[in-house]
Design a protein around this ligand. Structure first.
Ligand code: C2E
Ligand code: CA
Ligand code: CA
Length: 430
């Protein structure tokens, strides 16, 4: 595990020193510029080339930054992938922007590492004292808010403006997410998937849980969506994939080799690295490729069908199974089925849970099952909460089911206990 350069005490020492510099600068009627610089590719380099390469990148970048700073400026690393450059004796805004541009140009110059040519793309948030903030803490926060705006706008740098302050709440969550993995706040839970023919478990879906020390439990649809939109989804997905394969290899053999399903977001299914990373994870955990199921929503595929179909085909050619999640919500046309690179469709739980109240929903479930079978695809129904739903889905010839009736998603240890205690036909609720 990498060591952060600043722990809690060091961070407050830094803020204290910064505060002193602010006071001195105010006395001299001067301005200070604070740049928070984020190394955007650190996670990718760590995952693709190892932590050694990541550390070399950090050291190279720290050296470059020192080289650009003047004697009175300060360079400090403040988080796993962030540096602060404090510019003293700032004449005007342009002076700070010029510095930001120099850093970006330097970072974009290719360098060689173990025979590979790499660059270190960065994003920079800028705040100026006294214009934007007068205390050390609020100056740092303003620069962090500007950094988030830059990332959202996909701009290399951003100067703080008051209107960005509305984003503080979301910013807090984005920042916390950055360190959630390293601080062990993220876990995978497992929900069993039951084969309807004999009511035996045939697999499990891995679902992510984040418990933030500040906010408590944050629903996955909230933080995953945020992570996907702000360029933070890759490390979370690799964590999900590796944890799920490792923990699945520890499940007892009572019900045979269970499959494990991992969810991926629209940005991941468009990511050409996905095939290699999945291949590496499979070989690292010595998993049979067909035990891994990648779940991708129907909606995600429709954003860029050509590219994502190609990536899914790449996965399938390595034996990995593909499941189309939340099926029925994406308005696919019939012709879509012909080419769909999948093994399984997962009917969205909204239809399943509403089958008894709304004839149209029952009809949708019935048609998806029939159509899927014509095209040789398996069908999973999620959101099964009672025996009546099990009976109806069995009559409709659905292949497998998932839902609170059998178990809620459980942490590894409880899931193993569930597997040991489960009796087909007598659901044990989690
Ligand atoms: P999803 O992939 O459609 O997952 C199914 C959701 O339905 C899960 O919610 C599950 O706990 C819930 N569920 C299962 N059975 C029942 C039931 O019988 N009744 C009801 N009411 N709900 C049921 P969860 O865990 O809160 O996850 C929400 C969404 O967050 C997921 O929807 C998925 O889109 C996303 N997500 C969760 N974990 C991951 C992950 O590791 N990676 C990615 N990319 N997305 C994830
Ligand atoms: Ca899913
Ligand atoms: Ca779903």
């Amino acid at each position: 595990m990498r060591k952060k350069l600043l722990n809690q005490t060091e961070q407050s020492v830094f803020l204290h020193a910064l505060q002193e510099m602010l006071v001195r600068s105010r006395e001299a009627d001067g301005s200070l510029g604070l740049l928070v610089i984020r190394l955007d590719d650190l996670d990718r380099i760590n995952t693709s080339f190892g932590y050694e390469a990541g550390n070399t990148l950090l050291a190279t970048f720290a050296g470059q930054l020192q080289g650009l700073a003047r004697k009175s400026d300060r360079v400090i690393r403040i988080g796993t992938r962030k540096f602060v450059l404090l510019l003293t004796e700032v004449m005007n805004q342009e002076h700070v922007i010029l510095a930001a541009n120099k850093i970006i140009r330097t970072a974009n110059k290719p360098f060689t590492l173990d025979g590979r040519t790499l660059t270190t793309p960065v994003t920079i948030g800028i705040a100026i004292c006294p214009e934007h903030a007068e205390t050390a803490e609020s100056l740092l926060q303003s620069a962090e808010i500007a950094l988030e705006s830059a990332r959202r706008e996909e701009s290399p740098y951003f100067l703080y403006s008051d209107s960005d302050a509305d984003d503080t709440d979301l910013l807090g969550m984005e920042n916390e997410l950055d360190d959630a993995l390293e601080n062990g706040q993220v876990e995978m839970y497992y929900q069993p998937k039951i084969r309807i023919r004999d009511l035996k478990p045939c697999g499990a879906e891995a679902l992510m849980r984040w418990t933030s020390p500040m906010r408590g439990f944050v629903p996955p649809d909230v933080f995953i969506d945020l992570a996907d939109k702000t360029g933070r989804i890759q490390p979370l997905t690799w964590f999900a994939l590796n944890t799920a394969l490792r923990q699945a290899s520890e499940w007892p053999d009572i019900w045979g080799a269970l499959s494990v399903s991992v969810n991926v977001t629209p940005n991941i299914v468009d990511d050409a690295d996905l095939v290699d990373l999945v291949k590496n994870a499979i070989s690292m955990w010595d998993t049979q490729p067909d035990r891994l199921v990648i779940e991708v929503t129907e909606g995600a595929l429709m954003t860029n069908p050509e590219k994502s179909f190609k990536i899914l085909k790449g996965l399938r050619s390595h034996g990995v199974q593909i499941s189309i999640d939340d099926f029925g919500t994406g308005y696919s046309s019939l012709s879509y089925f012909k080419n769909i690179p999948a093994n399984e469709l997962k009917i969205d739980k909204a239809f399943v849970m509403n089958m008894f109240d709304d004839k149209a929903d029952e009809q949708i479930v019935r048609s998806v099952i029939e159509l899927a079978h014509i095209f040789d695809l398996g069908v999973v129904a999620e959101g099964v909460e009672n025996q009546a739903t099990v009976d109806l889905l069995s009559e409709l010839k659905c292949d497998s089911i998932q839902g609170y009736y059998f178990s809620r998603p459980l942490p590894q240890r409880d899931f193993v206990a569930w597997l040991e205690n489960y009796e087909p036909g007598h659901p044990v609720k989690g």
